[in-house]
Design a protein around this ligand. Structure first.
Ligand code: NG6
Ligand code: CA
Length: 497
């Protein structure tokens, strides 16, 4: 069979309950609902972490995130996490003749520790298997707020060089911050003590930045910028097998949609950017159809971690949420060890190759590497796949069982084991609640054991009823992980971890 094309459309902080095809009703998501009706809709698909960087590290390398101790939420000027000789999903596909591109959010680091924002950036996605790269370095709430095109900042005026500084006092007193000039926060105000550094486009960001004015993004046009690049890549490379990693920035904060979607839902900016994200998916599917690539292209839609409402800006996410449940029936959300942190929507569509249906198979996002390799006809030895398991039959809808077990992590690299219908959380120090997010962490002094078949909301801890199962799962988790690393946090806020 012809080598299929692959597209992974990866949302940022979209929850298990955010889409209508996953039981919601408050936000219009017609394109994803159609994609789910035409493809496989997964109900036990897990990102490997409850935050972005570790989760995306696994997506691209097939390795569990704690294998790299630096795979934690990165600052905007952090060095590249993926080693020069590390196997990657895009590199593996490229070696088999694929043209590969990343467009959107990166957040896996750039450079070698001292990024040359004003010249050639040394380590970029182009060094880890992508031939085309148009990305934001980290997140939309972190400086620098510029696009990196290949190895260079796009639209940079050499007479206005960029300087980026994290930590400490503002080194650029002439550049307004949200803390010093709250009256300049014309688009969105912070709700915490992190999102009020350098102001870009009327929004306080994390980190300090000066210069690069012509290169700065407008949050309102970011969707169109990335979508246009993604469509152009598909049009240009339609004759080759290709892999596109289209890393959407929605619904991560700051949530600023294009004017077309501002106010389009009654859920405030978070609802509006989810509606916008859905539209992007529709645009990609329509473009594929126009190019006649529908049947040759396996499109995966998923999310890097679970949902959060207030994540640092006063954008009425809580106030306007109403009856909508971003994590659906799951407990916890972004950052959490409970399922709401890492169990996410996943839809896989390729008309003609994949028949429609619901699929409860257990699947880890670390599995794309081995599975896509198999589908592309690439022979990989098991030891080359790190933690990635060959699950192509799952993606095609031919297998509805999948893995026997997988591991995910909450913030701070605290691991959780899912084994068949059971979830085991080892005891972890720390607060039970992230008070500023309203999200339960999963920390508890005693082991926790949940039977997801009977209790998808993880309310009834069965550890005392099944001590032998707890012991067996603890042994299994340790054998996958090694010894549990020491807990690092004290206070009940995300920023303290
Ligand atoms: C956290 C930020 C949060 C978000 C997150 C990264 C604070 C208090 N919170 O540190 O707003 O940016 O990092 O999100 O600073 S992620 O989806 O990229 O992991
Ligand atoms: Ca995320």
């Amino acid at each position: 069979m012809k080598q299929p094309n692959f597209i992974i459309i990866y949302a940022d902080d979209l929850g298990f309950g955010d889409l209508n095809c996953y039981g919601a009703s408050g936000i219009p998501t017609p394109h994803l609902d159609r994609m789910a009706a035409e493809g496989q809709r997964f109900t036990n698909s897990y990102a490997t972490a409850a935050t972005c960087t570790p989760s995306r590290y696994s997506l691209l390398t097939g390795a569990y995130p704690w294998r790299n101790p630096k795979a934690k939420i990165l600052k905007g000027d952090a060095p590249m996490l993926i080693g020069a000789s590390e196997r990657t999903l895009p590199g593996t596909l490229h070696n088999a003749g694929y043209e590969t591109a990343v467009i959107g959010k990166w957040h896996i680091g750039l450079g070698d520790g001292n990024i040359n924002w004003n010249g050639e950036i040394e380590r970029t996605p182009l060094d880890v298997g992508f031939q085309h790269s148009y990305v934001m370095a980290a997140t939309n709430d972190r400086v620098p707020c510029v696009y990196v095109d290949g190895r260079q900042v796009d639209k940079l005026d050499p007479n206005d060089p960029i300087e980026v500084v994290y930590d400490g006092e503002n080194p650029f007193p002439e550049v307004p911050t949200g803390r010093s000039h709250p009256e300049l926060l014309t688009k969105m105000r912070h709700s915490d003590q992190q999102h009020f550094d350098t102001i870009v486009n009327g929004v306080g960001r994390i980190g300090f930045c000066r210069g690069g004015t012509a290169a700065q993004w407008d949050d309102e046009t970011m969707t169109d910028v990335f979508l246009t690049k993604a469509k152009d890549f598909l049009s240009t490379h339609q004759d080759k097998p290709f892999f596109l990693y289209y890393a959407l920035h929605q619904p991560h904060v700051p949530r600023i949609p294009s004017p077309r979607f501002a106010g389009s839902t009654d859920k405030g900016p978070r609802g509006d950017v989810i509606a916008e994200l859905d539209w992007c998916v529709g645009q990609i599917l329509e473009h594929l159809q126009k190019l006649g690539l529908d049947e040759d292209t396996i499109v995966v839609f998923s999310s890097d971690n679970g949902p959060v409402l207030d994540d640092g800006y006063a954008d009425e996410a809580n106030e306007k949420c109403g009856a909508h449940k971003p994590a659906g029936p799951l407990r916890g959300g972004k950052y959490s060890m409970f399922d709401g942190g890492s169990r996410v929507p996943m839809i896989v569509r390729a008309p003609g190759r994949i028949s429609p249906g619901d699929n409860p198979a257990l699947f880890s996002h670390a599995d794309f590497l081995a599975s896509f390799a198999e589908l592309a006809g690439i022979q990989l030895r098991t030891e080359e796949c790190a933690d990635s398991q060959q699950m192509s039959a799952v993606l095609l809808g031919e297998d509805t069982v999948g893995r026997e077990h997988l591991v995910t992590e909450g913030i701070g690299a605290k691991t959780v084991l899912r084994h068949k219908n059971w979830v085991y959380l080892p005891p972890h120090d720390g607060p039970a609640l992230f008070v500023d997010k309203g999200i339960e962490t999963g920390n508890a002094p005693d082991p926790q054991l949940y039977d997801l078949d009977a209790d998808i909301g993880q309310r009834s801890n069965r550890a005392k009823d099944f001590p032998e199962r707890v012991d067996a799962l603890d042994t299994l988790l340790q054998s996958i992980h090694g010894a549990t690393p020491p807990a690092s946090e004290a206070a009940g806020t995300v920023s303290s971890i």
